[in-house]
Design a protein around this ligand. Structure first.
Ligand code: HEC
Length: 133
């Protein structure tokens, strides 16, 4: 009986695990050049806010997952200063994110964005500390 339960659990979980690693791989190829998944150690090389900071701010304004995903999808294709959830200081420092139209597709974002929402900021992350604000 235990084995049956274990098998059922594995079968039930594996599609989400696969979706997760696919989402992360897509993020790595399409977004990681600018957005680090970890707290950056060398701030002089940073060209965009790290993923945990981005998601912390997105969730402050859009706590609901579908709202957050819809907002990000729109922003990634059509970024403007007015829409940005980043502070004016951030925009000043990094400049506006270049539109990713033609670089990432709608379908790819449907994979990447829910993964970003579910996994960032990671548990235990305190955005108020350190330089990543
Ligand atoms: C060429 C560098 C670059 C790439 C590639 C890039 N970004 Fe960004 N992104 C930025 C910068 C710079 C900002 C901060 C300024 C801003 O918000 O426009 C930003 C901000 C964001 C924000 C916050 C939006 C807001 O309201 O301010 C999200 C969400 C985001 N990026 C998601 C992504 C995703 C997802 C990808 C991959 C598909 C990606 N970015 C690829 C540079 C990049």
């Amino acid at each position: 009986m235990k084995r049956v339960i274990a098998t059922v659990l594995i079968l039930a979980l594996s599609p989400t695990l696969q979706a997760d690693s696919k989402a992360e791989a897509l993020f790595d190829t399409k977004c990681m050049a600018c957005h680090s998944k970890m707290r950056p150690t060398d701030m002089s090389k940073v060209v965009a806010p790290a993923l945990m900071g981005v998601m912390r701010h997105v969730k402050m304004k859009y706590p609901n997952k579908s709202d957050a995903v819809a907002f990000m999808k729109d922003y990634i294709f059509n970024p403007t200063k007015e829409k940005s959830i980043c502070t004016p200081q951030k925009i000043e420092r990094f400049g506006l994110m270049p539109s990713q139209k033609g670089i990432v597709t709608d379908e790819e974002l449907d994979t990447i964005l829910p993964w970003m929402f579910d996994n960032f900021p990671p548990k235990g992350f305190r955005g108020g500390q350190g330089r990543n604000r």
